[in-house]
Ligand binder design. Structure first.
Ligand code: OAD
Length: 239
């Protein structure tokens, strides 16, 4: 159990593992592959320039698969923690699904973007996804371009792009004294270094929750081995 006192500040980083029990496969489960393409080949700015229809279809399918999924007890435990702790909790996720929100979390830093929103590649204006499930040949266009050439791209951080909310994340890591990572393999930067940063900024205690040790396990004071949905409810006891 992790005791959270009245003045403690908690930073929770979630990865694909927290959504596994809700039916969304982790990147590791899929061996980093989609229909024979490596995920790096469909999740980069280069892939978008080369073949936007393929990239759009990849995300359209991910939206379709994720839309009916429901939050599990791990997402709900974090929403309940936020209700108790307010802004002393920072919830940051590498996931692009909406399961934290469906569980009731109000403030979530989606550092790798959001599956259910697009933005214009030219004017950057975000667009809710009217054409979310459109497939090949149907990459929607932004009205900002009268010639109809400005495409809407998924509002996702691709490999080689800068994650969102880095200032807010650094600010929160500087103030946190309890850092908890849930279900992330610890190989993708910069998130893989957040535990080390929390330790060095503020001597935070660092914890990991997941069925196996992550690649960055040396950054954690303690690893709780098991499924997030089984371990997280009751793990963080706040007052
Ligand atoms: P990974 O797929 O790399 O790792 C998922 C982790 O979840 C593994 O370490 C599993 O052991 C763990 N896991 C599996 N089932 C679990 C469960 N029931 N409870 C808890 N943990 C469980 O996913 P991430 O580390 O999130 O980036 O991947 C990080 C980033 O790499 C992603 O955000 C994505 C990807 O490429 C971008 O798209 C930019």
């Amino acid at each position: 159990m992790i005791r959270v006192g009245e003045t403690d500040r908690v930073f929770v980083l979630t990865g694909a593992g927290i959504s596994a029990e809700s039916g969304i496969p982790t990147f590791r489960d899929s061996n980093g592959l989609w229909c024979g393409h490596s995920i790096e080949d469909v999740a980069t700015p280069e892939a978008w320039r080369r073949n936007p229809a393929l990239v759009w279809e990849f995300y359209a399918m991910r939206r379709k698969d994720a839309a009916p999924c429901q939050p599990n007890p791990a997402h709900k435990a974090l929403a309940e923690l936020e209700a108790k702790m307010g802004d002393r909790l920072t919830l940051c996720t590498q996931n692009v699904d909406d399961l934290h929100e469906k569980a009731g979390s109000k403030s979530v830093l989606h550092m790798h973007g959001w599956l259910f929103r697009s933005r214009c590649e030219r004017c950057e204006k975000p667009q809710p996804d009217a054409n979310a499930y459109a497939s090949l040949d149907a990459v929607p266009r932004c009205p900002c371009d009268a010639k109809g050439k400005a495409m809407l791209r998924p509002d996702i951080v691709w490999f080689g792009e800068m994650p969102f909310f880095l200032d807010a994340i650094q600010d929160a890591l500087q103030r946190t004294n309890i850092f908890v990572c849930v279900g992330s393999s610890g190989v993708v930067e910069p998130a893989a270094s957040f535990a080390r940063m929390a330790r060095s900024f503020n001597r935070a205690k660092t914890y990991y929750v997941g069925p196996e040790k992550p690649a960055n396990d040396f950054m954690f004071d303690e690893c709780f081995t098991g499924k997030a949905g089984e371990l997280l409810p009751g793990l963080l006891q706040s007052h």
